[in-house]
Write a protein that binds this ligand. Structure first.
Ligand SMILES: *[C@@H]1O[C@H](CO)[C@@H](O)[C@H](O)[C@H]1NC(C)=O
Ligand SMILES: *[C@@H]1O[C@H](CO)[C@@H](O)[C@H](O)[C@H]1NC(C)=O
Ligand SMILES: *[C@@H]1O[C@H](CO)[C@@H](O)[C@H](O)[C@H]1NC(C)=O
Ligand SMILES: *[C@@H]1O[C@H](CO)[C@@H](O)[C@H](O)[C@H]1NC(C)=O
Ligand SMILES: *[C@@H]1O[C@H](CO)[C@@H](O)[C@H](O)[C@H]1NC(C)=O
Length: 527
């Protein structure tokens, strides 16, 4: 029997289009057939598989002028107005070998950038896929300045608009339309996935939301609060990346074997509560290479603590231990964090000269009180999504250096409490997987390749690939019990060193043997 999720698979209605010439001419004529309100087609072009596509219009700060495309597809580029003063740039990629599935990709950071690599990845897997620029161009938050419609696009409207238009186009392009609708995104893209689940429960049958930037405003305040702790590099409270490596090694020394395996990977960072005074330099030590001043110990402790607001409520949980080396050059580098700066400048205070060097916890209260367009994305009642039959697969790297995985655990508890559903009931439509050894949406020290993006997977078997796992859940009713990740020898796409099956929260992974820790069967998910 041919399983639905095996590739390639041609849906019946596409057989005419499977002929390349017919497909090409369908594509080039398609621009003239599109008559949708608010949609202006820029072009429709046939892209042959194997092409290194030049992205001449992509804003320079998006830092992608080429995208290699592995399958034949029809690329449609549009402008879609979202209000009298705002628009999204939207692309739809229609693969010739189509599986009858629609998908939307998401964005990252505060951008402003169509994620062409996600379009290429999902088109390659046979999805009719769309991607938008989130209502503005480039990575800066400056377009938000005195422009609430642009903030609204960013908060929720860009994705939803792209889905509405994208579904209509998909129905026009393929005679058979589409049978199921999916979402794949990480980081801001993870937040966008959750926003869809919370606000537009009918947009998707299956949502894969990774490392989500939910609790969004408090996340930006949390990112802003590191600079006042470290100070600039000249400050005695600052730790160089080399010192953070010393902290990381001590964290591993104290916590690596909590899960039973000394493999350099912390399976459950929540159980790791390192005592960092062990690193304080003894008096009269002249060689301070592998120890810290007491000011530096305090810095490390504060950074690994939760952020509380002016009235003592928890704003954002602690950075998970284990991410020190990855986080040091970005979050603890002795400079204010640029996304936080941009949000405070162009949204919170409308003051381009505002600087994160002056940030205090009072600023966090001002920012949270605004919550424009409910960008917080923290609604705990998912009953509408549940009743449509929707499924959501949430994952988070346990070594995430930009968004603490503790925030995802907090959200899971928030949904469970709000809906009064224990984990076995949530499992019916919402499954959360903790991915040890995964940094922010990608590389970390362990088995992070779960099919979250192009090159970061080992095959399209649903056991190895979160997107295909979602397809199997939606179309066959078989949900994933675990998510298997690949550890690559030398980065994404290189040879696989070992694999590990990651557990569904609230289970955690423990090494039981008898094989080596590189053996996926030597591990067990326990509660
Ligand atoms: C695509 O072309 C650019 C510019 O020539 C080049 O730098 C890049 O390596 C190419 N990518 C692939 C996958 O061939
Ligand atoms: C973004 O860039 C595209 C391509 O250059 C352009 O057509 C579009 O108008 C720009 N959008 C905004 C909101 O500036
Ligand atoms: C200081 O200690 C480090 C680590 O033990 C060692 O590599 C280094 O050579 C020492 N430096 C001096 C000047 O002794
Ligand atoms: C404390 O602050 C939070 C966040 O600003 C707010 O939601 C909450 O209502 C405040 N609680 C009290 C008791 O003032
Ligand atoms: C387990 O695998 C690691 C990595 O391949 C290797 O370094 C180590 O020697 C192995 N341990 C045992 C007990 O086989």
């Amino acid at each position: 029997m041919t399983r639905l999720y095996e590739l390639p698979l041609l849906a019946l209605g596409s057989i005419a289009l499977a002929n390349q010439e017919a497909f090409e001419s369908k594509c080039t004529q398609f621009a003239n057939e599109i008559d949708i309100p608010n949609v202006k087609v820029n072009f429709a072009e046939f892209v042959p598989g194997g092409k290194n596509l030049s992205l001449v219009d992509n804003p320079p700060s998006c830092d992608a002028s080429y995208q290699s495309v592995s399958v034949d597809l029809c690329r449609v580029a549009m402008a879609v107005s979202t209000s009298e003063s705002s628009e999204i740039t939207l692309e739809a990629w229609f693969p010739r070998e189509y599986t009858g599935r629609f998908l939307s990709t998401g964005n990252g950071g505060l951008s402003g950038c169509i994620q062409y690599y996600d379009l290429a990845y999902t088109a390659q897997l046979g999805f009719a896929t769309v991607g938008a620029n989130n209502g503005h161009n480039g990575t800066s938050g400056e377009p938000f300045y005195h422009h609430p419609e642009v903030i609204k696009d960013f908060a929720y409207r860009s994705i939803h608009t792209g889905v509405v238009v994208g579904k209509e186009l998909t129905k026009k392009f393929y005679d058979e339309g589409f049978k199921k609708s999916y979402y794949l995104g990480c980081s801001t893209g993870g937040r966008q996935g959750w926003k869809s689940v919370q606000k537009y429960p009918n947009d998707f049958d299956g949502v894969v939301a990774g490392s989500p930037a939910i609790n969004f405003i408090n996340l930006l305040s949390w990112s802003a609060h590191f600079y006042p702790i470290t100070g600039p590099p000249s400050s005695d409270t600052y730790l160089s990346p080399a010192k953070w490596k010393v902290v990381h090694e001590e964290v591993l020394r104290q916590c690596d074997t909590i899960d039973g395996a000394k493999d350099g990977i912390i399976e459950d960072p929540t159980l790791c509560r390192p005592i960092l005074q062990t690193l304080t330099c003894p008096t009269h030590t002249s060689n301070k290479t592998t120890c810290l001043s007491s000011a530096q110990v305090q810095t490390a402790q504060q950074i690994l603590s939760p952020l509380y607001g002016v009235n003592g409520t928890l704003l954002y949980p602690q950075m998970q231990p284990g991410s020190e080396v990855l986080a040091a050059p970005i979050m603890y580098n002795g400079q204010p964090f640029s996304y936080s700066d941009d949000w405070y400048r162009y949204v919170v205070y409308n003051d381009p000269s505002w600087s994160g060097t002056t940030w205090t916890i009072q600023d966090a209260a001002v920012a949270l009180a605004q919550n424009p367009y409910n960008i917080q994305t923290w609604d705990g009642d998912l009953s509408s999504f549940r009743s449509t039959g929707g499924k959501v697969l949430h994952y988070h790297g346990m070594q995430d250096q930009l968004i603490s995985s503790e925030d995802s655990k907090l959200y899971y508890a928030h949904v469970s409490d709000t809906m009064k559903l224990p984990p076995p009931d949530l499992d019916e439509f919402y499954r959360f997987f903790t991915i040890s050894g995964m940094g922010h949406c990608g590389p970390g020290d362990g088995a992070y390749g779960i099919g979250q993006g192009v090159g970061t997977y080992d095959g399209t078997d649903p056991e190895d690939n979160v997107l295909m796992a979602m397809v199997k859940w939606v179309e066959e009713g078989i949900p994933p019990e675990t998510v298997r990740g690949a550890k690559f020898v030398d980065g994404p796409g290189s040879a696989v060193e070992y694999k590990r099956k990651h557990c569904r929260y609230p289970r955690r992974n423990v090494y039981k043997g008898p094989g080596n820790w590189t053996d996926e069967n030597a591990w067990q998910c326990i509660i």
